[in-house]
Design a protein around this ligand. Structure first.
Ligand code: URA
Length: 217
């Protein structure tokens, strides 16, 4: 056994990013800070890139997410992916997660207590991912993330600056699936996000090719 002659506690060894991220994921899986921990199949933590300038935050996992352990993999996620991909936002450019990591039974909206219980994990996720641009998907994400109660239809599409980050509230893709006439709004907001990422130098501009590549007219 080694003896520390000063009698002081040795400083904790610095953890690598990979180790810190793994510890975070394990802590999410073992979390029992609220009753959702008892009814979930598994915690649904993230999808995309471990570190990304862009973070998208939804409400909470649904049935498919609970089963597969990944956020936004159901119908709403497929629509979201379509809009992101069309704007050149591929999974290596974003990190997607939710306000709560465990499925609320029957896909109900998470309670304020559940959102509060999950907040320390989301705060840790932020420190690991280090996003600069944040997209809040839907009224619940907007409300729990900002603490404001404004209607999402009123605040969507407008940037909010907060502690060195830019926040874009927008409609939840599940809402768009039920209200197809609003699809253009979600498209506009995601396009604004794409442009902002370019403006801030996080992505290079998409190439515009006005001519047919094969020479066909
Ligand atoms: N809706 C959400 O808010 N999050 C998901 O992960 C899936 C659907």
């Amino acid at each position: 056994m080694s003896v520390n002659p000063t009698g002081e506690q040795p400083a904790a060894a610095p953890q690598s990013f990979a180790a810190a991220f793994l510890q975070f994921e394990q802590d999410c899986q073992s979390c029992r800070n609220c009753p959702l921990g008892e009814t979930r199949r598994q915690a649904v933590v993230w999808r995309g890139a471990r570190q990304a300038r862009l973070m998208l935050i939804g409400e909470g996992p649904g049935a498919e997410e609970d089963q597969r352990g990944l956020p936004f993999v159901g119908a709403a996620g497929r629509l979201l992916d379509l809009l992101l991909t069309a704007n050149g936002l591929l999974p290596d450019t974003f990190h997607i997660c939710n306000i709560v990591k465990c499925r609320p039974p029957g896909n109900r909206v998470p309670t304020p207590e559940e959102a509060k219980a999950c907040k320390p994990l989301l705060a840790r996720q932020f420190l690991l991912v280090r996003p600069k641009v944040i997209v809040l998907l839907g009224a619940t994400a907007y409300k729990y993330f900002t603490g404001n109660n404004d209607a999402i239809s009123k605040v969507r599409g407008k940037w909010i600056e907060r502690r060195g980050s830019l926040i874009m509230p927008t409609f939840h893709p599940a809402y768009i699936l039920r209200n197809n006439n609003e699809r253009i709004r979600l498209w506009e907001d995601i396009t604004q996000v794409r442009c902002k990422m370019e403006e801030l130098g996080y992505l290079s501009p998409l190439v515009y090719q006005p001519e047919m590549p094969s020479g066909r007219s």
